[in-house]
Design a protein around this ligand. Structure first.
Ligand code: AMP
Ligand code: MG
Length: 340
């Protein structure tokens, strides 16, 4: 009799766990990308309310960070060479974080490339290869170390000609902010897809790991799958946005700050796996700039994240921390696991 009671109560607990979770999902366009929030909660009403809170928070962030919206804080800063009269905590946080990442990556991550990126036409899609002279001239405005975040305050001047663009960390930061909302609302299982920036919270409601695909640059399908929980997975790829000149030279949207030119190294894509979205986002861009050997070297000195590199000659390289969680889905020329 006791056994039967135990059996019934454990079945009851199990059914509460599996059936008590209702899936809510919301898609919208923000930060120039298609975003989808999927979460599990106790009721459809609660789920919808959390999705709405996330969407409004991202709208708020876009209103601060957009380079094109004339009412944004970044737009004000770029057009007035001055921090806005009220320095929003989000802007200060991203300036401080960027300053830290600029130093740590020896300038590979640099949010002050906007004048150069615009000259190449990536902001308007009116693409153009600038002259060497023009690039040299614009490089003078890209020394981000000229901004001293420790003394920064409302209305601080920023160097004349300098223009900032947080495009390389905005979506990762938005995912971090969305996580705060999920946690505040007691949500323990969610998947955010912010234009290819994936953020997972917890596991799936059935207790299994989330399975995330890494894009195959050659086929458009998945190059490998990752099983994980509570991690951000962020990819920077040369195939995402580029233009070609008449001779077939390809110019991608990720720039080498030391030359003012689009990166053209051995890498096709860099994926970073970390619990911090903006860190993953900054590093996906920075390690792409560093290129294969220096990226691996950088990780060996800073092994607080995992990475996946796909090279142009179809090599798959990844850090040892994910060796039990990665499944190649493509016939790679070579697969290498890097230990630190
Ligand atoms: P992501 O796709 O995260 O690698 O970000 C690329 C975007 O960040 C580009 O579209 C540019 O707006 C900007 N960007 C390009 N090169 C860099 C760089 N070296 N450091 C910081 N931001 C960059
Ligand atoms: Mg990035």
């Amino acid at each position: 009799m006791k056994k039967i009671a135990l059996l019934i109560s454990s079945i009851f607990i199990f059914s509460l766990l599996s059936c008590g979770q209702v899936k809510s999902s919301e898609s919208f366009t923000a930060m120039n990308t298609f975003m989808t929030v999927s979460l599990y909660s106790s009721s459809a009403k609660k789920g919808q309310s959390v999705c709405n809170q996330i969407q409004s928070r991202i709208q708020e962030l876009e209103n601060i960070l957009s380079t094109t919206l004339s009412t944004s804080d970044v737009y004000y800063m770029n057009h007035n060479n001055q921090i806005p009269n009220s320095l929003k905590p989000e802007l200060l946080e991203l300036l401080e974080f960027s300053s830290d990442m600029y130093k740590k990556t020896s300038g590979a991550f640099n949010p002050a490339l906007y004048p150069i990126i615009r000259e190449w036409g990536f902001t308007t899609e009116k693409y153009n290869v600038p002259s060497d002279k023009k690039i040299e001239e614009l490089l003078l405005y890209t020394d981000f170390s000229a901004i001293n975040t420790s003394t920064l305050h409302a209305s601080s001047p920023i160097p004349a000609g300098m223009e900032l663009d947080f495009g390389a960390i905005g979506k990762g930061y938005a995912a971090d902010q969305a996580l705060l909302i999920l946690e505040k609302n007691g949500i323990t299982s969610a998947l955010l897809d912010f234009g290819g920036n994936i953020q997972t919270l917890g596991r799936k409601p059935d207790g299994s790991l989330w399975r995330v695909g890494i894009k195959n640059p050659w086929t458009g399908g998945a190059a490998c799958a990752l099983s994980l929980e509570s991690k951000a997975v962020v990819t920077s790829g040369g195939y995402e946005r580029f233009f070609e000149d008449e001779s077939g030279n390809r110019y991608i949207h990720i720039f080498d700050p030391s030359t003012g030119r689009p990166c053209d190294g051995e890498l096709e894509s860099v994926t970073i796996i970390s619990s911090n979205g903006k860190y993953a986002d900054a590093l996906s861009t920075a390690l792409f700039v560093m290129d294969k050997d220096s990226a691996i070297e950088w990780w060996k000195n800073n092994p607080d994240f995992d990475f996946i590199l796909l090279t142009k000659n179809k090599e798959l390289i990844y850090s040892s921390g994910i060796k039990d969680f990665i499944e190649p889905l493509f016939q790679f020329e070579k697969i290498s696991v890097i230990q630190n």
